[in-house]
Design a protein around this ligand. Structure first.
Ligand SMILES: *[C@@H]1O[C@H](CO)[C@@H](O)[C@H](O)[C@H]1NC(C)=O
Ligand SMILES: *[C@@H]1O[C@H](CO)[C@@H](O)[C@H](O)[C@H]1NC(C)=O
Ligand SMILES: *[C@@H]1O[C@H](CO)[C@@H](O)[C@H](O)[C@H]1NC(C)=O
Ligand SMILES: *[C@@H]1O[C@H](CO)[C@@H](O)[C@H](O)[C@H]1NC(C)=O
Ligand SMILES: *[C@@H]1O[C@H](CO)[C@@H](O)[C@H](O)[C@H]1NC(C)=O
Length: 440
């Protein structure tokens, strides 16, 4: 059985009512995920204070913290030459990190590695160096200027939430957001940056399409899910139209047992062990789920946003799979020649690239923009960036496995926002060029 992921870490808001234990293990998982996973913001009260705090120690050279015209002044300079920012190496960066667990309350407990005793801290002190150019360190002032009056949604699983929390922490040197969530549900939070009129939201949809949890047990005791591969998950598709930026991700949940439905009928499954149901592998479901998610975006009449497909970030279990002692204890990144994308990681990534290509044809026709935020290669090289066992107290009375899926904060996932800002700048350059072409 190749199942590699950790059930409890992903949270699941479908089964809050199913907490009566059937199997002890399942009960423990479910309990943990309901009780512990909800975002804990110990200093939540302080987030209601709007803190305009202009820091003097900006990491980026091109910053100009007080200028409202930052866009015009600095944008085109770094972004004009074409460079594959996603191919490169991790290089030492003694200046990192740019926040700590003391300055940022948005760190999820399970990713607050320093709080839970992680002994080493060098894993925070790296930056991504593309082979052919420099990737500037995230500049929160510049980011907020670019997204002024706009909105951004994170759509997918808890690694997407991990990404959003990194962004909140990086932006906290400028401003804290206020909670403007429509619901009390932690999986659908909405934040607002008042001085910038910038809204950020997270949508929980680990399979991206319509899903029903059939059983909380299933062949691997991690749940059995009915996945309606050709149907939209309206929890996000019904609200996404108004967003200017959508960052979509998915992956780790597809390793769970699933039954696939198309046109309302069972067409196959992944490790469901049901009689007469063909095992089509998780790859089948993964491909179709992304295709349907992109179809959803393309079908929205008023959606004019830019979509970023944030590609699969590999986990790093060594010496065993997730529930059989596997762990991630390295303290240094790999060099690019020390790790190869292969196996499941490779398959999932290739499917994303293929579906991305397909989505481009539709997008062009509809005037939509879908971009690749390609984190796969850089994160493959970061076996040192996961919480491992430092996502909870050592004596805590919970059954938590080593987490080699999510990313410590601060940590390498902060780099995703370096990528994101660079891509936002690129969008501005591109649309300027387009305008110039129209008017010339
Ligand atoms: C701004 O940051 C400084 C140093 O980081 C801190 O001492 C001060 O309390 C902060 N001000 C506000 C309003 O948060
Ligand atoms: C932050 O990490 C330190 C260890 O570096 C720990 O002692 C402290 O409890 C943590 N604080 C919070 C608020 O998480
Ligand atoms: C804030 O931004 C939204 C779009 O996200 C816009 O509709 C609204 O008018 C803006 N409000 C202000 C006060 O600028
Ligand atoms: C599986 O298919 C066989 C042959 O069509 C049929 O006899 C049997 O009842 C089916 N089993 C189930 C569980 O549907
Ligand atoms: C740990 O949890 C078990 C099962 O829920 C309980 O029986 C036991 O008393 C708990 N131990 C402590 C130290 O809280």
């Amino acid at each position: 059985m190749k199942f590699q992921e950790k059930d409890h870490l992903y949270g699941n808001n479908n089964n809050k009512k199913q907490m009566i234990p059937k199997l002890i293990l399942t009960a423990i998982f479910v309990t943990i995920l309901v009780l512990v996973t909800p975002l804990s913001y110990p200093f939540f009260g302080s987030s209601l204070l709007v803190m305009m705090n202009k820091s003097k120690q900006l990491p980026s050279s091109s910053s100009s913290s007080s200028s409202p015209n930052i866009e015009q002044e600095t944008l085109p300079s770094t972004s004009l030459k074409t460079c594959d920012i996603f191919s490169g190496e991790w290089v030492p960066n003694p200046k990192a990190p740019y926040y700590t667990n003391k300055t940022c309350w948005a760190i999820h407990e399970h990713q607050n590695c320093m709080k839970y005793g992680r002994p080493d801290s060098d894993f925070m002190k790296w930056r991504w160096k593309p082979n052919e150019c420099e990737l500037p360190i995230f500049n929160p002032f510049q980011f907020l200027e670019i997204v002024r009056g706009k909105s951004m949604a994170f759509v997918g699983d808890s690694v997407g939430r991990n990404h959003m929390q990194s962004l909140i922490c990086l932006l906290s040197r400028v401003e804290w957001p206020i909670d403007v969530s429509y619901t009390k549900d932690d999986y659908f939070m909405r934040w607002k940056y008042p001085s910038y009129n910038f809204t950020m939201a997270v949508y929980w949809t680990p399979f991206l399409v319509k899903t029903k949890q059939e059983s909380s047990d299933g062949p691997t005791h991690t749940g059995l899910y009915n996945i309606y591969l050709d149907e939209f998950d309206e929890k996000w598709t019904s609200e996404i139209e108004d967003f200017d930026y959508v960052i979509i991700n998915g992956g780790h949940w597809f390793q769970k047992p699933m039954v696939f439905y198309e046109k309302g009928k069972i067409v196959g499954c992944h490790y469901c062990l049901l009689e007469n149901v063909t095992d089509l592998t998780m790859y089948y479901g993964y491909r179709k789920a992304f295709r349907t998610a992109f179809r959803a975006l393309n079908s929205l009449e008023n959606f004019k946003g830019v979509t970023f497909l944030r590609t699969f970030a590999p986990s790093h279990f060594e010496n065993g799979i997730w529930n059989q002692g596997g762990n991630c204890v390295r303290t240094k990144p790999f060099k690019s020649n020390e790790a190869r994308l292969e196996g499941t990681n490779m398959e999932l990534y290739m499917i994303q690239l293929e579906e991305y290509k397909i989505s481009q044809k539709w997008a062009k026709r509809n005037g939509l923009k879908i971009r690749l935020l390609d984190t796969t290669q850089s994160m493959l090289l970061r076996p040192d960036g996961h919480p491992s066992r430092y996502g909870h107290l050592p004596g805590e009375n919970v059954t938590l496995y080593n987490d080699c899926v999510h990313w410590c904060l601060p940590g390498p996932i902060d780099t995703w926002n370096d990528f994101l800002l660079e891509m936002l700048k690129m969008e501005i350059v591109k649309s300027k060029r387009e305008r110039r072409q129209i008017y010339s």
